[in-house]
Design a protein around this ligand. Structure first.
Ligand code: GTP
Ligand code: MG
Length: 373
């Protein structure tokens, strides 16, 4: 009689599993297949797209951008590193900071207007400077700025002229950090006293374009294109939701006392809960357009609140809890700490060996640092 042999297929997409070709459909590693001969298995592709909950990843960036960094390494200009103070950690892509490590850097902490007014500017500057030095950048100075309304713009340009010492100046920084807005403000005060014109250029060996502004007959300010932040929540939601997530004015601090079995929903975009026993105070910094709902944690709570229209804003891309990565953060450090969700905001608390459980849309970066403010 013919022998029946079961074909092993992916539990999610149904494709036949195979262990030979990583680049063809149905691939699964030999060891996994061997370890679970009778298991319900997923092919690699489904594992990565459906269940994947790996370590938070750095953003990918356009490899062309490395060519601009090489140019900077060769020319040793003054680099003006623009950082969005509200979405600070998005600026630290290790390959980029590594390539800037031998260059003079003036750090601009932009969007100061989005942080509460009562925040101590000198402590904030110290924090920013420390964070960049940890990333091995050669920080000459830090200036906090805003273009909305204008704050310290003139100081920034005086500082650039002082520090550049006849050299070119490169504006560098993540997309949306405010490079173009700062340069637009600068151009309002700028008088071209050279024989060259302001023009857009294509950077050497790339298709990347930016502005070139003459400062004297031998040197220029270059505006480089921003590096993409594909691990920010902004890259995971639709335009209308992005508009609610990006604060338009100073964020209002929100204080909560979290107990075990309680969960905070930041709209339908993320959640924070406490796993450890001892109650804990947290202060949350997110756009004022995000409704924060505090509720008792129970099974299927996300779907249940979603169906009852209790969460605002929500995204078309986040319809079930399977669309989220879930992380447990066991806090081992003492003192004031932040846990942040890139692009969305962060919360501050006192480190006391707590464990927080955070859920974020798949692929969104989360981090913990010493408290910023
Ligand atoms: N609240 C606030 N918003 C700002 C500030 N500076 C810029 N923005 C806003 O942030 C967004 C991005 O600013 P851009 O100047 O286009 O940023 P960029 O760094 O040039 O971005 P790329 O060109 O993508 O690299 C815009 O919506 C600006 O209006 C600021 O100081 N405060
Ligand atoms: Mg720009």
């Amino acid at each position: 009689m013919a022998e029946l042999k079961k074909v092993q297929r992916c539990y999610h997409c149904g494709v036949e599993l195979q262990t030979n070709d990583e680049n063809s459909s149905g691939y699964i590693r030999k060891e996994i297949l061997a370890a679970y001969p009778e298991g319900l298995l997923l092919c690699d592709k489904c594992f990565n797209t459906q269940r994947f909950n790996s370590k938070p990843k750095e953003a990918n960036f356009d490899e062309n951008y490395l060519e601009i960094l090489k140019e900077i390494q060769e020319k040793k200009p003054l680099v003006v590193y623009v950082i969005d103070l509200f979405s600070f950690e998005g600026s630290f892509i290790s390959k980029i900071t590594e390539m800037l490590s031998n260059v003079d850097v003036l750090v601009i902490g932009n969007k100061r207007d989005l942080l509460p007014k009562n925040v101590d500017n000198s402590k904030l500057k110290e924090y920013v400077s420390h964070r960049l030095r940890v990333s091995k950048l050669k920080v000459l100075d830090v200036i906090l700025t805003s273009t909305n309304p204008n704050y310290n713009i003139e100081e920034m340009f005086n500082k650039i002229y002082e520090l550049r010492n006849g050299r070119d100046v490169y504006f560098v920084g993540a997309s949306l950090s405010g490079k173009s807005a700062l340069i637009a403000e600068f151009l309002k005060m700028y008088k071209n006293q050279t024989s060259s014109l302001i023009k857009t250029i294509t950077f050497k060996n790339t298709q990347l374009r930016g502005f070139q502004i003459p400062i004297d007959d031998n040197s220029y300010i270059f505006e480089t294109p921003g590096t993409n932040i594909d691990n920010s929540i902004l890259s995971k939601v639709e335009r209308s939701v992005q508009n609610l997530i990006i604060p338009k004015k100073s964020v209002v601090e929100k204080k909560f006392r979290l107990g075990k079995d309680q969960v905070l929903f930041l709209g339908g975009l993320a959640s924070i809960s406490l796993i450890s026993d001892k109650k804990c105070n947290i202060t949350l910094y997110v756009s004022n357009k995000i409704n924060v709902l505090s509720t008792k944690n129970k099974e299927n709570i996300f779907e249940s609140l979603l169906n009852k229209n209790k969460l605002k804003p929500i995204s078309e891309n986040l319809k079930s809890f399977a669309d989220f990565d879930v992380y447990d953060f066991q806090v081992t450090e003492q003192g004031m700490r932040d846990i942040g969700i890139l692009g969305l905001g962060w919360f501050k608390f006192k480190g006391e060996n707590q464990t927080f459980r955070i859920s974020v849309p798949k692929g969104v970066f989360i981090y913990t640092t010493r408290s910023k403010i």
